[in-house]
Every structure is written in C-alpha cells, then in structure tokens.
Design a protein around this ligand. Structure first.
Ligand code: NDP
Ligand code: ZN
Length: 375
C-alpha cells in the first residue's frame, strides 16, 4: 500500500456504494479544515461497532442513505500528531481515544449541562456534516481530525486494543447505566438490570453493571452465550427464544438496557412486564430505519414503565468510565484483525453474522498506511 500523503491527505478504507457495504476500498481524501481546537490523531487501532454496519448498509436495511465514499469506524485510539492553535487538553505525542462524536458547539444549554452528545450542532465521527458542508470520515483510516473535547486521554493501564472498544461501546452503555441504575434502594436491595443482546455493547454492559454495584442478567435469543455470560460476571441468564420466558421474571427488574441491533427477536411487551413499577426500558440498540417498536399502551398501564433511548455519553462520563475500567479491570473481549480491504470485508461480514466474541478491533495501521503507528 502506498504511504499516505499526510498532512495533505488522509487514507482510509471507504464504502464506495452501500450495495458493497462489507467491501471497503483503499481511498485517499482531504481532511476537514483544521479549526483552532482540532487535533489530528495518527490511528493505531479502531474497533468495529454495529453502527459501522448499519451505516454502511445505507438504505438497504441500514440507517438510511449515506454519503460515499464513506470511511466508517468510531472506536479510535492513536497518537496526537497535530494540534490547532487553541488546543489545551492534549499535546503532541499523547495517546488519545475518539468515540462516535467528533464535534459539539460547547455553548448550548445541552453542552453546558454535560449532555453534549445531544448537541443540535454535534457532528458524528463519520457521515456527519460540519457547518461548512464537510462530511466527516472515521477511523478505518490513517488519521482522523476531531475537536479536542471529544478526544480522551487513556490511562496507561489500558491496552490500546481494549481502550478502543470503550470509546463507543463502553461509553454508550456506561452513560445510561450510570444515569438510570437506581441508587439507595430500600433495605440495601441490590439493583437488578437486564442486559438485552450480548454483543459488543452488551458484554461491556454486563461488566459495568458489576462495577456500578448492580446485578446484571443477560437476555439473549438463544442459550449459546450462557456460559460466557457468567464468565463476564452476570448473575443470571435468560434465553428469550422460548415463548413465555417472561412469566418467571415478572416485577423483578429496575432497568432494562437494550443493546440489540435488531427488533425481530425482541418482544417489547414481554420485556416491559418484567420491570418493577416505574422501571425503565432504555434502548441503546438502534435497528434499521425501517423497523418500528410494536408495543401496547396497556403494557405501560400495567406498571407505569417507560421506554426511552440513550445516545453515546458525555466527556465527563468517558473520563469516569476509563478510570472505572482501569480500576475494576473491565476488559473488552476482542479479536484483532490487521486492517486491509480483505480484513475489513471479513470482519464486517462476520460481525453482521454475529460471528465474533465480542468485538473486532482493526490493528497494524502503520503497515497499511505507511505511518509510524505501531504494528
Ligand atoms: P453487535 O452486533 O455486537 O451485537 C448486537 C446483539 O444484538 C447481538 O449480539 C445479538 O445478541 C442481538 N441481535 C442481533 N440481531 C438481533 C435481532 N434481529 N433481534 C434481536 N436481537 C438481535 O452490535 P453492537 O453491540 O456493536 O451494537 C448494538 C447496537 O447498538 C447497534 O444497533 C448499534 O448501532 C447501536 N449503538 C448505539 C449507540 C448509541 O449511542 N445509542 C452507540 C453504538 C452502537 P444475542 O445473540 O445475545 O441475542
Ligand atoms: Zn459505535
């Protein structure tokens, strides 16, 4: 592969057409304009998130049309190789992580209250649109340019291949767990959380529940992940492919965190029935744009439960999560794949088929792009 012509250009593996969602091709492109608070990261590794697949699939059972060429990837670890003139949070040579958000205005009400992930001017790490019309490009690439505030210092104790998945999968589950696991239950009761869908997000949610003092129960479509659920620290396991599974769990859960990528295997009425009064079903899973919840108002009527979503997490939460991960030894289960056209194709295809326990992380970026990133 040719050496990338940085800083004039970045190089990456891009989706050229959503029909070929699992066949990214080597491409070069111009970076966005360097703003005062932007930094450039020379990428060392990048995880493969379910969102990469849903984006790459576009209108064909994905999240809808995208701008091609599109380089996905938003679980990025690398080294700071350039800083804009007003950058204060990072310096050249620092190891940093970048998740699914590359920009927020930092001035609006949401940004000022620790909710910058909901900033109306926010730009996602890939396929997001900056004010000047530039379409963001992600981490299956030699470099990425992002606002310093969205980039996190990584504790030394964490390996890059593990820190990568914490940047999106970790933060996305940590934020709602931190916000919604009830504190101070009567009689010292331990909160009980249902984790639905044991994939990249789900397997981290199980580990974070434990660190946050809650009991996690895994709800998976089959029983094939039962043994591993207990290895991850789950207190219980339920296979939801059998009709009537919910009867045994009526009124037991404080919170359900849905991490499933699809709705076809989810009976929402059944899930809501296992919540305690005023319990919450929070979905971080984002299925294809053509899928809709099918749920009866009478189900909510039965226990005053509520249904909500959660997006990413804040910088403050990211910093807390990295500390917690280092302290509690929370380690994503990853399979590494050297980044290349063939590597991207294999990993995207296998991830879509659920054939990974539980996260792919692309490595060997130095070799693929001729940068100084470690191999
Ligand atoms: P994975 O593919 O790793 O895991 C998804 C899990 O969903 C699978 O392991 C499986 O669990 C379950 N599943 C798959 N298909 C179906 C189906 N048809 N019906 C019900 N369950 C199904 O994906 P990720 O963990 O990377 O991502 C999960 C979701 O979270 C995706 O939709 C992704 O886009 C979204 N996401 C959302 C973010 C946010 O900010 N809210 C940020 C990042 C990702 P099992 O076999 O145990 O049933
Ligand atoms: Zn993600």
């Amino acid at each position: 592969m040719a050496k990338v012509n940085y800083p004039e250009e970045f190089a990456g593996f891009a989706i050229l057409d959503t029909k070929d969602w699992n066949k990214p091709k080597y491409t070069t492109y111009k970076p966005k304009k360097l703003e005062d608070n932007d930094i450039d990261i020379e990428i060392e590794c990048c995880g493969l998130c379910g969102s990469d697949i849903m984006t790459a699939k576009g209108g064909d059972h994905g999240w809808g049309s995208i701008t091609c060429p599109q380089v996905v990837g938003h679980e990025i670890i690398g080294k700071v190789v350039k800083v804009g003139p007003k950058v204060t949070l990072h310096k050249l040579g620092d190891r940093v992580g970048l998740g699914a958000q590359a920009f927020a205005c930092l001035e609006c009400n949401r940004c000022k209250h620790g909710n910058e992930q909901y900033c109306a001017k926010g730009v996602t790490t890939y396929d997001g649109t900056y004010e000047d019309g530039y379409i963001s490009q992600g981490g299956y690439a030699s470099h990425v340019r992002a606002h310093e505030y969205m980039c996190f210092s990584i504790p030394e104790k964490l390996d890059s291949i593990h820190a990568a998945s914490l940047c999106c999968a970790g933060l996305t589950v940590f934020s709602p767990l931190k916000r919604y696991i009830p504190k101070n239950l009567p009689n010292g009761e331990v909160p009980k959380v249902a984790i639905v869908g044991l994939g990249g997000l789900g397997h981290l949610a199980v580990q974070f529940c434990k660190a946050l003092g809650a009991d996690a129960y895994v709800f998976s479509r089959t029983d094939s992940k039962k043994t591993q659920s207990f290895e991850l620290g789950a207190k219980g396991f339920v296979a939801t492919g059998v009709d009537g599974w919910e009867k045994e769990y009526f009124d037991q859960f404080d919170l359900i965190l849905n991490c499933a990528i699809g709705l076809s295997g989810l009976n929402i009425d059944a899930f809501l029935s296992i919540l305690k009064v005023e319990g919450r079903f929070c979905s971080v899973g984002l299925p294809a744009a053509d899928e809709k919840y099918n749920v009866s108002p009478f189900t909510f009527f039965g226990n005053g439960s509520c249904l909500c979503s959660s997006a990413l997490g804040s910088r403050e939460e990211a910093i807390e999560l990295f500390e917690l991960a280092a302290e509690h030894n929370i380690v994503p289960w990853v399979e590494t794949v050297p980044i290349s056209e063939a590597g991207c194709e294999t990993a995207l295809t296998r991830a879509w088929n659920g054939d990974v326990r539980y996260r792919f992380v692309f490595t060997e970026f130095g070799k693929a792009f001729g940068t100084n990133a470690p191999n």
